[in-house]
Design a binder for this molecule. Structure first.
Ligand code: F3S
Length: 93
């Protein structure tokens, strides 16, 4: 189990989520943020912080965004070695 960032994050990237994560699970690229499924402890602290409700427990991701479950894992695998961890709120845009 893990939580997943879904498509509403694309081009929003409020980054309120990263500040409350006790495990520093978030990674980012130009489009959106992703949660490391191996490090997420399902505390759900980030869920209520996202202004666009982009974060869901993997089992509860709406069907239209199911592909984001695999996308989070794939992008974290690519971004983690590059050190693209996001732990502080960032300016948008
Ligand atoms: Fe994205 Fe919401 Fe976090 S828009 S960066 S998941 S607060």
């Amino acid at each position: 189990m893990a939580h997943v960032v879904t498509q509403p994050c694309v081009d929003c990237k409020y980054t309120d989520c990263v500040v409350v994560c006790p495990c520093e699970c978030f990674y980012g690229d130009d489009r959106m943020l992703y949660i490391d499924p191996d490090d997420c402890i399902d505390c759900e602290a980030c869920v209520s912080e996202c202004p666009v409700s982009a974060i869901y427990r993997d089992a509860n991701v709406p069907a239209v965004w199911r592909e984001d479950v695999a996308l989070n894992a794939e992008r974290v695998a690519a971004l983690k070695p590059a050190g693209a961890r996001v732990t502080e709120k960032q300016p948008r845009g």
